[in-house]
Design a protein around this ligand. Structure first.
Ligand code: GLU
Length: 394
């Protein structure tokens, strides 16, 4: 099942239990606006997308990814998930997503900057502080957002910088935004454990993906929850150390895997590691009905968008592997984006402590609401989060 099929299956299942009509379900599954266009730099053309799924609860909100696998189905699924995510954590924003189908690592900086600026030129009239507020996603970062917000300002004269989030700190960005998704994952795991009387001290954890999200999750979970990260993997290798990989003195870089000391195993063995918690912090579509049986962990934390498909979700839950769903577990990024947008609009700059406290409150509440609903309805936490979101989206 691809990510779009999984998201739609979950929506249909939750909606049916809520007594929605077929027409209401179809309306929710249909994005409000779909933009497909090309960006051309020199003689190279890339396909680009922005899907604006729903603005019923506030401006469209969601990242822009630069990745060769980006296609319309993926962007549609991710836009739908953003509407669900913002509603599940109860922030007043809608859902959107964008992407450009290319690998930025194969081009020089001028090329990537030109892609970013052209993307904004093409979408100018459809984005803006009250219309659609894009952010970083896979392979995009504060530098890309800075180019985009600059281009938007040149085109429209809007100098509030509130048309994009995830910007650099000296350009209207928020304290804490870089670490936000990883921190949110740590909070989600902490609150899930609290709700289920699980002591996090000494809990063993394996992390797939040590980009920004997986790295900060590992570092913060080790420091603040006392977990032992026994394995971490990137796309090339798994590093395994039963005594725990030490993230405490490391700073994030693309080479961070080289600095971890542990036995080397093939990259895809990470999902079989005998840890209490398995964290998916790489890309989507990793676990399906076929390989879900390789998972030995008791808890799976979805920090990427859509790593576990809907068939696998049901099979995992049936054998008591609990999934802490992406729409809550990775919502730290969009929650701090929301706080950044609020700061820009008010012309304020909050301290990191203020930002982190607000993030903790919003995400902690969402975890407990979804857990409570899951127990009441006797459904997986993911389905409970979708039900809560659907009720808020009507
Ligand atoms: N790309 C992140 C996500 O998938 C953040 C989106 C945002 O901040 O708008 O949730």
């Amino acid at each position: 099942m691809n990510m779009l099929e999984s998201a739609e299956a979950l929506i249909r299942r939750s909606a049916k239990k809520l007594g929605w009509s077929d027409a209401d379900v179809e309306e929710l599954l249909t994005p409000e606006q779909v933009h497909e266009f090309e960006v051309t730099v020199g003689d190279i053309t890339h396909q680009a997308y922005r899907v604006q799924h729903s603005n019923k609860r506030g401006p469209y909100k969601g990242g822009i990814r630069f990745h060769p696998h980006v296609d319309i189905d993926e962007v549609r699924a991710l836009a739908t998930l953003m509407s669900i995510k913002c509603a599940a954590v109860n922030i007043p924003l809608g859902g959107g997503k964008g992407g450009v189908a290319f690998d930025p690592r194969e081009y020089d900086e001028e090329h990537v900057e030109e892609v970013a600026r052209q993307y904004v030129r093409a979408l100018q009239e459809h984005i803006g502080p009250d219309k659609d507020v894009p952010a970083p996603d896979v392979n995009t970062n504060s530098q890309v957002m800075d180019w985009m917000v600059d281009e938007y300002e040149v085109l429209t004269g809007d100098s509030t910088k509130s048309s994009f989030t995830g910007k650099g700190l000296d350009n209207g960005g928020s304290e804490g935004r870089d670490m936000a998704t990883g921190r949110g994952g740590m909070i989600a795991l902490r609150e899930y454990c609290k709700a289920n009387n699980i002591d996090t001290n000494g809990l063993t954890v394996a992390v797939q993906g040590v980009g920004n999200v997986g790295f900060y999750f590992a570092k913060l979970a080790q420091k603040e929850l006392g977990v032992k990260v026994i394995a971490a993997a990137n796309s090339k290798v798994t590093k395994y150390n039963q005594d725990g990989l030490d993230f405490s003195s490391l700073e994030f870089s693309r080479k961070v895997m080289d600095e971890l000391t542990g036995e080397e195993r093939p990259s895809n063995e990470i999902i079989q590691v005998d840890a209490d918690v398995l964290v998916f912090a790489a890309l989507g579509e990793v676990i399906d009905a076929e390989n879900q049986s390789d998972i030995h962990a008791c808890v799976a934390l979805e920090l990427a968008n859509g790593p576990i498909d809907d068939d696998a979700l049901q099979q995992l839950e049936a054998r008591d592997v609990r999934v802490i769903p992406d729409v809550i577990a990775n919502a730290g990024g969009v929650i701090v984006s929301y706080l950044e947008w609020q700061q820009n609009r008010a012309g304020e700059h909050w301290s990191e402590e203020t930002v982190n406290t607000k993030l903790d409150e919003i995400l902690g509440k969402a975890v407990h609401e979804a857990e409570k609903r899951a127990k009441k309805d006797e459904v997986p936490m993911k389905e409970a989060a979708f039900s809560l979101a659907l009720e808020r989206l009507v």
